[in-house]
Design a protein. Structure first.
Length: 230
């Protein structure tokens, strides 16, 4: 019996989460191969808009799946499956005082994802503006291509701190090497994680059904996602 392939376009905040979900799915369905294509939500939207062949799109912001639906490039409607959270993260500085620590002269570069294509970059700017510190720190901001790369620039020592997704901060690569401070959700618009099916098949339908399982929800919660009430 030949293996079936599901091509999954996934936002970078889901890099570790979607990998673990697919690993567990493989245990349940050994004949199914899941290929993950990570990038910022905005860049994936652009790729799908030019008909790059993915089966499912997982976005860090529901607006991108909604736009694809408007373009008639989806099968069915987008579904919000989780709510993300924004954190301040550092591998070498004390983040316990929250965003106030960014004002210190000890803080050099601050990494943030590109707000034009990365939803967490947009939320990071919103939070800095909400707490009225954007003008004081704007010259320290270093823009990364996406939220994962924002975190990696801190890991490699280029930046002292940054604003990234909680789902990344909870991944082993980050949790073993740094600390995070949860940013109050009142300061930024809610990161509504959403998926949409791009190509209908039994395999894509079954994978989406799997996301409703208790195990899948446990994996999402492990990485800090909240499951919305239906």
């Amino acid at each position: 019996m030949s293996s079936k392939i599901i091509k999954i376009a996934a936002a970078e905040d889901l890099r570790y989460t979607i990998t673990e979900l697919c690993e567990h799915y493989k245990e349940l369905y050994p004949d199914i191969i899941t290929e993950i294509f990570p990038n910022s939500s905005g860049m994936l939207f652009k790729q799908i808009s030019t008909h790059v062949p993915f089966d499912i799109f997982f976005s860090a912001d529901v607006k991108y799946p909604n736009k694809l639906e408007e373009l008639k490039l989806t099968v069915g409607k987008p579904t919000i499956f989780a709510i993300g959270q924004l954190v301040l993260w550092s591998s070498k500085k004390d983040v316990s005082k929250g965003l106030e620590m960014l004002l210190s002269d000890d803080i050099g570069n601050i990494s943030i994802a590109n707000p034009e294509v990365a939803p967490y970059g947009k939320r990071a700017f919103e939070a800095l503006i909400y707490y009225k510190i954007f003008d004081q720190v704007k010259n320290k901001i270093v823009i990364a291509e996406d939220v994962l790369r924002a975190g990696q620039t801190i890991l490699n020592g280029y930046s002292d701190a940054g604003l990234i997704a909680l789902s990344l901060a909870r991944a082993t690569e980050f949790s073993e090497r740094g600390k995070y401070f949860l940013i109050d959700e009142k300061s930024y618009s809610r990161p509504e994680q959403a998926f949409v099916i791009l190509k209908q098949s039994k395999e894509t339908t079954d994978f989406i059904k799997y996301l409703e399982s208790n195990k899948a929800k446990d994996i999402l919660r492990k990485y800090g996602f909240r499951i919305p009430q239906k």
